[in-house]
Write a protein of this length. Structure first.
Length: 148
């Protein structure tokens, strides 16, 4: 058993140590808001916060989580930054297909937690997640809206 902290709750997980965190979240714990995209940490659909840092969960082995606090999209509205982002995402109507949006919001939450008033350049540097629908302009607008 490996103990991990997800969204403020401790879980004892029976999984191989090299199991990607993404599979533990989705298949073991039933937290399906974090999405599988590419499996090689390139697209960002699987982004979660690990001690506040945006992290690609498809490549983070369970054994490497340690005592870190993991936050998923299911708990993003538990703090003010997350609530503002979700409200901005809805108001700006960011999603098109929506598949990547949980990862986008998690990356944006990490950005705004570290930089409450990012410039366009800051957003471009921090938001490396891919969106097949091309909603990048709306994502940036929503981040600015949440920061206001």
């Amino acid at each position: 058993m490996i103990r991990i902290n997800i969204n403020g709750r401790d879980y004892d997980v029976a999984a191989e140590p090299d199991t990607p965190l993404l599979w533990v979240l989705r298949d073991t714990l039933g937290l399906t808001g974090t999405k599988y995209g590419c499996g090689i940490a390139q697209c960002g659909a699987c982004t979660v916060l690990v001690d506040g840092e945006a992290t690609r969960s498809c490549q983070l082995a369970l054994e490497n989580v340690g005592s870190a606090h993991i936050r998923t999209i299911e708990a993003i509205e538990q703090d003010e930054v997350g609530r503002k982002l979700v409200e901005a995402w809805v108001e700006v109507q960011v999603p098109q297909c929506g598949y990547c949006q949980s990862g986008q919001i998690m990356a944006a939450a990490a950005l705004l937690s570290q930089n409450p008033h990012p410039t366009d350049a800051d957003i471009a540097d921090a938001m490396t997640n891919l969106c097949r629908c091309g909603t990048y302009n709306r994502i940036a607008a929503a981040i600015h809206h949440a920061a206001a």
